[in-house]
Ligand binder design. Structure first.
Ligand code: ATP
Ligand code: MG
Length: 353
């Protein structure tokens, strides 16, 4: 019996519908080379579904997704549908139901991708973003609408358990890398939650010999990422700060089209979700020019999470080599279309040892 992994596929909208099939083709080739099967189960949810049904996905969507080993997501979003629908109607319910409390974003310069920043070409870091609590909460409300005293309150929620598990994950990751965890807060301005974060992270890291902890304020961090992008190994941050810093780091690395992310349930009691950092890119959708690397790299992270480490590494080597040969999509200054690039990766894979 060959090993089989059941994968839920939500290609979603825009270029998601182009880069997901491209990545699947390459993933199938590596799976075949390594003697396992990927059973793709497609769920046609997202903005088109929303137009017909008034929801991004059906009522029993989470039950359906839960029967799979992982979720492979393209992009959901549409210029005519508010972002809050995509976020609260699909992404956040999935992250929360499946306890995907870590958002993992490796940021590394790839061959042929030029950084707008000095030293950006040598950066190699991973951002661990707390993914289910923190600043993105429903607690709060609006008061005195339309009156002079009108106000809005938004509460951030941080729990000891939530901070501990994010810090723990970051520490383990760092111990397999260069041993440095940089924890980002704003403890001078935000006086309850952020000092609590600092305290719990320090306690957690104290249990990890050989891992150094560095604390930095988020404003200083934004500057330092630009001025010294190679100074970091593992960055751990709250939901909001992690979100902002991953876009910044991704931009420094060179292109939004190549960056992957994983929404992880590290205990593997529920499926994790893998997606590129970019969105549906309506400006280039349907033209066959989208860069499929972010989706392929997300696919490699998925293989790694499923225990298919060798296959994962091979896929990364394949797209890096093809980039190095000079086959590049337009966002990287090349002329290749999505399918040219994908075929080049498929052709290269069999030549790997
Ligand atoms: P969404 O609302 O789904 O987040 P968006 O347009 O706000 O979509 P992105 O989809 O991330 O945000 O696009 C930002 C810019 O980057 C766009 O100009 C888009 O064309 C470009 N871009 C994003 N992904 C890719 C890709 N894979 N290949 C080439 N260009 C891309
Ligand atoms: Mg967007």
């Amino acid at each position: 019996m060959t090993r089989q992994h059941d994968i839920a596929v939500i290609a979603g909208d825009g270029i998601g519908l182009e880069v997901v099939p491209a990545a699947i083709r390459c993933l199938d080739v590596v799976a075949d080379r390594h003697g396992f099967d990927l059973a793709w189960r497609e769920y046609p949810w997202g903005s088109s579904y929303f137009r017909q049904h008034g929801a991004m996905m059906p009522a029993d969507a989470l039950d359906q997704l839960g029967r799979n080993a992982a979720i492979f997501l393209g992009a959901v979003g549409d210029p005519e549908i508010p972002d809050t629908e995509t976020l609260w109607g699909l992404l956040i319910p999935i992250r929360r139901r499946f306890h995907q409390y870590i958002n993992l974003r490796p940021v590394r310069a790839l061959p042929g991708v030029s950084s707008p920043v000095r030293g950006g070409g040598e950066m190699d870091l991973v951002i661990v973003r707390e993914n289910v609590e923190g600043e993105y909460s429903e607690v709060g409300g609006r008061m005195y609408r339309g009156q002079p005293a009108e106000a809005a309150i938004q509460e951030a929620i941080f729990t000891r358990a939530g901070i501990t598990r994010a810090a723990e994950f970051a520490a383990r990751l760092a111990s397999g890398r260069r041993g440095l965890v940089t924890s980002v807060t704003k403890s001078n301005g935000i006086v309850h939650t952020m000092p609590f974060w600092d305290e719990v992270v320090a306690e957690t890291l104290a249990g990890h010999d050989g891992v150094r902890l560095e604390k930095i304020l988020v404003d200083a961090m934004a500057a330092k990422l630009v001025l010294a992008p190679t100074a970091f190994d593992v960055i751990v941050a709250s939901n909001l700060f992690g979100d902002i810093l991953s876009d910044l780091a991704g931009a420094i690395a060179g292109s939004i089209g190549v960056a992957p992310s994983a929404n992880l349930n590290p205990e593997r009691t529920h499926p994790s979700m893998f997606e590129p950092v970019h969105g549906s890119a309506p400006d280039i959708a349907g033209q066959g020019i989208a860069n499929p690397v972010g989706q392929m790299w997300a696919g490699a992270m998925m293989l790694e999470h499923l225990g298919e480490t060798a296959a994962a590494a091979e896929l990364v080597t394949a797209f890096e080599t093809v980039l190095d040969y000079g086959v590049r999509t337009r966002d990287l200054g090349g002329t290749a279309g999505t399918s040219d690039f994908t075929e080049a990766v498929e052709r290269h894979l069999p030549s790997l040892p």
